[in-house]
Design a protein around this ligand. Sequence first.
Ligand code: ADP
Length: 303
Amino acid sequence: TLEASLRKAKDEADAASASKSNFLANMSHEIRTPMNAVLGMLHLVMRTNLSSQQNDYISKAQIAAKSLLNLINDILDFSKVDAGKLELEYAPFEIEEVLFELSTVLSGSNSNSNVELIFDIDKGIPPCLIGDKMRLLQILINLSSNALKFTLEGRVTLEIKCLAVDKGMARIAIAVKDTGIGISVEQMQHIFDVFSQAESSTARRFGGSGLGLVICRRFVELMKGELFVESALGEGSCFHFTLELPIAKADQKKQLAKSQVKRRSVRILVVDSNESSQAVSIRMVRTLGWHGVKTETVPQALA
Ligand code: ADP
């Protein structure tokens, strides 16, 4: 019958598409291994005696190799999700650790001193949740580095709120806001497409593959959430999503409680002339159970 032959054609098309994604996923892996070797060797050469010209050549090769590796990693992630091969981790993790790792990664790449990076974290978030910590970190790294990349002046704020705690589950709202270049209505329709960038000049001006948001969106979907964006040209952007994560059980909490008791004795002096980031820092310090004191200037701090 017609229906049977249509079904057969559809199955064949699905199989072809899956094997293509599979091929891509495997190839990316094959490419990544030697690429890591190249990076390792470049790193070793950098530590030998080099003339300044050689040093310049090698550091340029390093930058190119790193950006190639990033691209390969993106393709690998994307093709894995596309082939339905990506399975999420389901393990207890501390949100604080995710934030610590995020700040480490971002501080390495955030060289623009005109942009302030602010973490605004709700104290109501259960400290220990269950989910895929590395993928969550990857989403946050992608969104925050985009925000930093497209913001020449102002602020990038990561805001995490606990909307509800119910029946052992926590509803967590995560938003990455920036005061950057923003995205126009037309551009907005395409930024979640594979290999798409808002304008063709974007790659030249800012670099990037156009895969980051696609991957973020798929990861958020795998976590049963949905990634939204609100933006207007010249008015900054806000990428946000909500996740529902199980709260870790008592035995993991016990360990956490222990480390929190230890934290209580810590006294922290926050020195920051920016009012909003000072307020956020002080709030975080107090949320962590530390004793926080704030000052605005270095002389005040010394006094
Ligand atoms: P890329 O690797 O190019 O950054 P993404 O998928 O992460 O790829 O982003 C796709 C495009 O969406 C970007 O090239 C940029 O045009 C736009 N975009 C993403 N985040 C922002 C942001 N915070 N502000 C302005 N434009 C953004």
